[in-house]
Design a protein around this ligand. Sequence first.
Ligand code: NOJ
Ligand code: CA
Length: 675
Amino acid sequence: MRFAPVLAAFAMCLGAPALAEEVVSSPDGAISVTVDVNGEGRPFYRIDKGDEAVFTESRLGFLLTDQDKLERRLTVTGATRASHDETWEQPWGEQRFVRDHHNELTVRFEEDSDDKRRFGVTFRVFDDAVAFRYVFDDASVGETLRIAEELTEFNLAQNGTAWWIPGGEWNRYEYLYEETPIDAVSLAHTPLTFRMENGTHVAIHEAALVDFAGMWVKRTTGTNFRATLAPTGSSAARAVRDLPFATPWRTIRVSDDAAGLAESLVELNLNEPNKLGDVSWFEPHKYVGVWWSLHLDEESWGSGPRHGANTANVKRYIDFAAEHGFEGVLVEGWNLGWDGNWFFNGAEFSFTESYPDYDFEELARYAAEKGVPIVGHHETSGDVGNYESQLEAGLDLMAARGVKTIKSGYVTDACNLRYVHPDGRETRECTESQVMQRHHLKVVTEAAKREIAMNPHEPVKDTGLRRTYPNWVSREGARGMEFSAWGVPPNGPNHVPTMVFTRMLSGPMDYTPGIVSLEGRGQPLQMTMSRALAEYVLIYSPIQMVADLPEHYAEHPEPFQFIKDVPADWEESHVLEAEVGDYVVTARKDRNSEEWYLGGGTDADARDVSLALDFLDKGQTYRAEIYRDADTSHFEGPTRFDIAIEQIEVTAADSLDLRMAAGGGFAIRLIPTGG
Ligand code: NOJ
Ligand code: CA
């Protein structure tokens, strides 16, 4: 039976189920979400903050490959509500205790058709974000849902500025950020960050991306955006799921300022709790490695006279790490497959066979003796099929050699990953395609069985799964330090102040900071020395690379001291001052001591900041070890090395006036010295 919405409204007057809009607000009452169907029976939601619209009417729905689209002729048949307030503890993180405080509304929709197809949408509203997901738990839509496209809209109420990288383009996430008017964005990856003209900051992302296609976001008209699911080579449908299931959460951070965007941990709150149990076998740490030398082209991944992964060279790195207190040595190029053009030879990689000049057994013994584990490396060159066929043997070998963390890699152009299905069929896949999400979780769970942590490069974006699988400790997923080595446009001074409010909203990044030589392959890095140090505070990761060559640290012993001191695990984190893309100042408290650390970074404009230290313990005095730009410092030219290092005594009543040079910043360690 079909009847037009106008008749449905008429029916309501006659006593049919109420069709009134449903509203749910954040615990503090500031953010509200309204859910309803419009006159054509199209479901939509709207977001307001205070008296101002954040999202105007934004539709919900799906295109399906084998059924009529699920988006019209719908009525609201019911709504249920819940509230939740819980504080949980991260095993490691940027913030030890995380509060999950939200109000929930589930709206049930039913189609006015012969099939009477039904589904629900669950909204959660936090003080700093809105999230929702579709729930398919009713056989009226069939046993299997084949989704051609998600029709979820994100319609911003105003124009403003957007910071974004293109979705689905060949270089994956490794682009410099675009800063454009909101109405000039095209197809973008998430997190996708906006500052509307009224000053409201918004970031669209997703949480709990499990067995579903990752979401890109496409501008349709004006400031209106729509979800775009990553395609797959496996089927015409971009996501295929048996019922019952729920989609990943679509998340919208909403804040009055940039700091509020960065401090939200909404995606973590939307993921399931730790499924691995005791994960104390992973400890946050800093690591060094045979790495920058490869990118400088001073050593090679492949065999020959310049082969970096030779036993004597790796022992030199182990000695260096042991001497300075670092807890891992990454070795790239240890395994067969790097000779020739490895970019195109993914099938050649062995994950069990070493080059003859790399004595893995002896190095494992030496590493154990020195207390510095080897960090394993699994580059796939995008041949996921080859990797999966050796995955268990490859992980077993690493476990037997005392490896606790593996960096993996998926170097190939976007949507060119070679995947082999259980029936032997080969397809080419995007990083965000559904089957690749299965692959990543397979690797992470297999690694967890062996008490190994994973750090994928060219990964899928983080959607908070580190809460559920805490051995998924870090990843790349943006333009890392390596670009500054290569002679291509290097990461400019605004890269990190932009990333903190874009890529970093999703989770930890293995950016590989610490290049104190401030020089790539014949080109200067675009930052000052104090900025190089600040990045250990600005960019969060529980594994931080100390990425430069040992001989370069020997040339800069004083700045190197900060890199030795700075922790990789935090009790709490706060962004003190920031504007997206311009500058950022972050304060973090060490998880294992009473010390605080401050990091600041600015774009190509010099900036003065005055920082109240009122976050410090009131009854304490602190020794502040300050690494700041000198009056002469500038990121361009030889004065990028200029740094002023000083110690002063401070208390919570003080404030620090600091000048950040163009492309500069500061790094500060605050050590309690007595009450
Ligand atoms: C790209 C990674 O980002 C980089 O760190 C690594 O050295 C190369 N792939 C080789 O695996
Ligand atoms: Ca990379």
